[in-house]
Design a protein around this ligand. Sequence first.
Ligand SMILES: Nc1ncnc2c1ncn2[C@@H]1O[C@H](COP(=O)(O)OP(=O)(O)OP(=O)(O)O)[C@@H](O)[C@H]1O
Ligand SMILES: [Mg+2]
Length: 304
Amino acid sequence: MTRPQTAPIVDVDRLTRRFGERRGIADVSFTIAPGEVFGFLGPNGAGKSTTIRLLLGLYRPTSGRMRVFDHDPTHESVPILRRVGYLPGELALHPKLTGAQHLERIARIRDLTDVGYRDELVRRFGAQLDQPVRALSKGNRQKIGLVLAFMHRPELLVLDEPTSGLDPLMQNEFARLIRETVDDGRTVLLSSHDLEEVQELAHRVAIIKEGRIVVTDTVEGLRRTAPRTVEFRFNHPVTAAEFQQLPGVEVRGIDDGRVTLSVTGAVSELLTVAGNLGAVDVSARRADLDELFLGFYRDEQSGD
Ligand SMILES: Nc1ncnc2c1ncn2[C@@H]1O[C@H](COP(=O)(O)OP(=O)(O)OP(=O)(O)O)[C@@H](O)[C@H]1O
Ligand SMILES: [Mg+2]
């Protein structure tokens, strides 16, 4: 069966937002397909929350185009917000109200009558509902934020660092919830600093840096291009020079007859060189994405 052609849920094209002289985001483009978990990664101040706020109509763009459910967030945010569950990066709850009062209020605003799923979420996360939220720990406030975002089973979840403050058990519960949500055919935009979480949950990932998207790819695609660590052993000393000039090869360490390299791309030339030098042993491990992500996080190739 061929997959039906469906319009993207989120469609962002050269979106730019400046704050006076300050950079917000510049020329950000991406789409999110129905049923997709789209991971949004980037260092502090990169522009993740700004992009998210634009998509929800909370900021106006300086230029560019965006559509969410084929509506313009700037002028038609109401029909969008009805279909979205939003967990902000800085959750603003009313300090004097209890969790239960928050849930009641939002349920009323959303016309939510079937509270079975809400109660299930409260149970699963062990959300504490009977105290004013100011008396709750950060993680326990976050749980209320999660219930508020998910309780009406929205078609699109927009989650800005949703697991910040959650303990590992709750992070696992969150991962289960995301899987159920996509099994249900719904869509998730997940901004995060947790590389492992993104690798595990996201179908595609965009990395934003200094307001610009530097890469968008599937997790599998990123993995293919991620650097591998390759180690050769020789029965005699070798020098870095023999490997340094090879394309895609970086010498990480050299210790007598042992050479550790970081390798991107094809290995055939490298194997020839190592073979000619009389390599006696080799080991290679595929880097997980952490190294690649951290490379994007670091400042080395900042273009502006
Ligand atoms: N309301 C605002 N007024 C002025 N500058 C802003 C405003 N909102 C965001 N910015 C600026 O836009 C840039 C992007 O910020 P943003 O909050 O989107 O980053 P982020 O990727 O969410 O970072 P973090 O990981 O720390 O949450 C920053 O330089 C920030 O100072
Ligand atoms: Mg943020």
